[in-house]
Design a protein around this ligand. Structure first.
Ligand SMILES: [Zn+2]
Length: 318
């Protein structure tokens, strides 16, 4: 099917960063349970988005359309869309929520209140406000390109066992299997974009997408900064402290080798600490010498700034 721009959704960097922190903290560290909870909730959210992806994989619609997963754009400020359904006549923003427990959406002030089975109550930002903000930002993004497409919004509750109590809102709350009917029941409108303008819009959306780089984990949890275990992890046995040799890395625990185990370690560094990496940061984190650090850093797709000893590298993901 040619209707998918990006068929598979990549695990978000936030999830990868939390995983790096969990793996690199000594056992029994007080922040581990908090990180594990955050990781589980992110992972559930990602699972929810994949549920919706499956619906779009299994249905096709009679009109011309494209489905874009996980789009990060910038208008006055960066914004992220879980799933964007675009046709020449309108666009639909799907915001996926996967929050366990009984949910209550209230309007004044706008909030989502979650009650767990054990009675624990927690408030979250209202998904309605969130999706309305995204709609405004997407409309602004369209306007700067002289496009005025109506933009619909819907909130998808990833798992159909979820119980929700809603106030009278115009924003639809849907379970994934209701999404195809929701789309089919949208008002049929004449196309506002001709074929050429529509493909230009799709290309522009794809080209403008920038992977969202989340705030570094150690900024959110500063207490873990000095406790992070350094070294390159063995992809076979997870031992930290692979040793560099000419062609790659050798594990001192299981003896296996890897040509590129450093790549994950460097990603971990950026996701944990953020900012710019200098040669000496790389040496300290990977336990290697200056020349190896230079080779390793130059072999990755990083953004370079400065020269010689002032050179820095930052995360740049296409
Ligand atoms: Zn090993």
């Amino acid at each position: 099917m040619g209707n998918f721009i990006r068929k598979s959704r990549k695990a978000p960097l936030k999830l990868e960063g939390l995983y790096a922190a969990i793996r690199r903290l000594p056992q029994g560290h007080g922040t581990l349970p908090i990180l594990e909870t955050a990781y589980a909730s992110r992972k559930a959210g990602f699972g929810g988005e994949q549920q919706l992806d499956k619906v779009f994989e299994n249905y096709s619609f009679p009109m011309k359309y494209r489905v874009l997963h996980d789009v990060s754009l910038t208008s006055s400020t960066p914004f992220q869309i879980d799933t964007l359904f675009v046709t020449p006549a309108y666009a639909v923003i799907f915001e996926v929520k996967n929050i366990s427990g009984e949910l209550k959406i209230v309007s004044n002030p706008p909030q989502l209140i979650r009650v767990l089975d054990n009675g624990e109550v927690k408030g979250f930002n209202s998904p309605i406000t969130q999706v309305e903000n995204i709609r405004t930002l997407l409309q602004d993004w369209f306007h700067t390109r002289n496009i005025s497409l109506p933009v619909y919004t819907a909130i998808v509750l990833a798992y159909s066992k979820q119980r929700v109590e809603l106030f009278d809102t115009k924003t639809p709350f849907l379970f994934p299997n209701a999404v195809p009917n929701f789309i089919r029941n949208l008002p049929i409108a004449p196309p506002l974009l001709n074929d050429e303008a529509f493909s230009m819009l799709i290309n522009d959306l794809v080209k403008s997408h920038r992977e969202y780089i989340p705030s570094p984990i150690c900024l959110t949890y500063p207490e873990i900064k000095s406790k992070i275990l350094t070294g390159v992890a063995c992809p076979s046995c997870n031992f930290f402290g692979m040793q560099k040799y000419m062609k790659g890395w050798r594990c001192t625990a299981c003896g296996r080798t890897s040509p590129d185990a450093h790549k994950q370690a460097i990603r971990d560094w950026f996701l944990l600490y953020g900012g710019k990496m200098r040669n000496k940061d790389c040496r300290a984190f990977l336990h290697i010498e200056r020349q190896s650090a230079t080779r390793v850093l130059q072999g990755m797709n990083l953004r370079l700034e400065g020269a010689n000893r002032n050179r820095t590298y930052s995360m740049f993901i296409e």
